[in-house]
Ligand binder design. Structure first.
Ligand SMILES: Cc1cc2nc3c(=O)[nH]c(=O)nc-3n(C[C@H](O)[C@H](O)[C@H](O)COP(=O)(O)OP(=O)(O)OC[C@H]3O[C@@H](n4cnc5c(N)ncnc54)[C@H](O)[C@@H]3O)c2cc1C
Length: 378
């Protein structure tokens, strides 16, 4: 019999690790205390972004770039194996400036990107409007960057689940892990609300809820939820072609056009604990920001609004690696605003670790017990 590995948490991170374990001949047990992929991984916009991490640089940028480069092949394989399309698109992005100050902060981002050899181009409003006719005519300048892609998070998770189901992985919803069974430093299993499961190893991938679980192993994780509210507009396919970003002194608004025409408007970034409700102020801010970018959205039906909790960390960098002093326990969490972007590489490196391979990325900068990075991603 093969090794029994438990993944705790069935968000995009847990599911990606499970899928990569399958590809290494290990059929995992995946446990979620709720329904699979209905927390942050359902709520997320799904843009695969290098712009924002260029500011942080270092190993975090390198990890995001590796993941970014894995997406076309990974999602094509998932689509082939599952019959579900994760809707990967290299749609590119426009950073929109309405003022001189906004333009100069985009120029700073451009400088950061250039240090990694990535360039974009500036468009006049006339040129941008010719390429993206729904854009506001009030824009001052636009930075067009082709190295921004997207996936649609719900079908990405459905594709991962289908691959796991096809391989007869043991997938259990509504099973919450409450504690761990250890003999000395050796991991023996987990205790859940339904009983005990014996196993050879465990990966904790419980997103914003990771700290209390890690505490059971005497691991102090700084993990904090950051709420993001979202407005989903109904639209026509190809009405918008690019992801639009607007960063101002009051926050970030972005519009992500889906293949079926829906336009995802995000998002707030709030430190309000585990409260997943939307607020009238939060939604109003998003709607105002969305209509400023694309005035026509004022006439579009709002189909749904929601909020999700991004898993924070001590410094906005994920925690990826083994728990020091224990055998057979790994953690993959704290992906903050980059969890969808980092899912491809996280699945690979964690499966490599669990399988006893040397991960093809140096994971020291992401160690569980690290000191916070001075270049914070928060
Ligand atoms: C509004 C919003 C927009 C975002 N946009 C983007 C984006 O455009 N690009 C990007 O890269 N990222 C984005 N993110 C971030 C991204 O969604 C997250 O980083 C990512 O989904 C985290 O995945 P996860 O699997 O770690 O966590 P989750 O998806 O939250 O999954 C954790 C799972 O663990 C389960 N769980 C918790 N405790 C237990 C337990 N004790 N036992 C069993 N199960 C347990 C939960 O039920 C949950 O299903 C966004 C997030 C939000 C909220």
């Amino acid at each position: 019999m093969g090794r029994r590995i438990i993944i705790v948490g069935g968000g995009v991170i847990g599911l990606s690790i499970a899928e990569q374990l399958l590809r290494r001949g290990i059929t995992p047990i995946v446990l979620d205390r709720g329904v699979f992929a209905k927390e942050a991984s359902w709520a997320g916009a799904g843009f695969l972004d290098l712009r924002s991490v260029a500011r942080v640089g270092g190993a975090l940028f390198e990890l995001c770039k590796k993941s970014y480069d894995l997406f076309p092949e990974w999602t094509a394989q998932l689509k082939k194996d599952s019959g579900v399309d994760p809707e990967y698109q290299n749609c590119g992005s426009y950073d929109v400036a309405f003022t001189e100050a906004e333009e100069s902060s985009i120029r700073q981002m451009e400088t950061n990107l250039k240090t990694f050899g990535l360039t974009g181009r500036w468009l006049t409003p006339e040129k941008a409007l010719a390429l993206e006719p729904q854009l506001s005519s009030q824009v001052r300048s636009i930075f067009s960057f082709e190295h921004t892609s997207q996936v649609n998070p719900p079908p990405l998770s459905r594709a991962l689940l289908k691959v796991l189901q096809n391989a007869k992985a043991d997938l259990r919803e509504f099973e919450q892990v409450d504690d761990f069974l250890l003999k000395g430093k050796q991991f023996l299993g987990v205790r859940t609300n339904k009983g005990i499961i014996d196993a050879d190893g465990v990966v904790i991938a419980t997103g914003a809820w990771s700290a209390p679980l890690a505490e059971k192993l005497n691991v102090q994780l700084i993990s904090k939820p950051y709420r993001g509210q979202v407005v989903m507009y109904r639209g026509q396919p190809k009405e918008l072609k690019h992801i639009l970003f607007h960063t101002s002194s009051t926050g970030i608004t972005y519009l992500v056009p889906r293949m079926d025409g829906h336009v995802y408007a995000g998002s707030t970034l709030e430190d309000v604990g585990f409260d997943k409700s939307t607020t009238p102020e939060g939604l109003e801010k998003l709607k105002t920001g969305a209509v400023r970018l694309v005035p026509g959205l004022a006439q579009h039906l709002i189909e749904e609004t929601w909020a999700g909790l991004r898993p924070g960390s001590i410094d906005g960098w994920p925690y990826l690696g083994p728990v020091t002093g224990l055998d057979g326990v790994w953690i993959a969490t704290g992906h903050y605003t980059h969890g969808i972007s980092l899912s491809a590489v996280t699945g690979q490196v964690m499966a490599q670790l669990v399988n006893g391979e040397r991960p093809w990325v140096d994971l020291a900068p992401f160690a569980i017990n690290r000191a916070p990075h001075p270049a914070s991603g928060l």
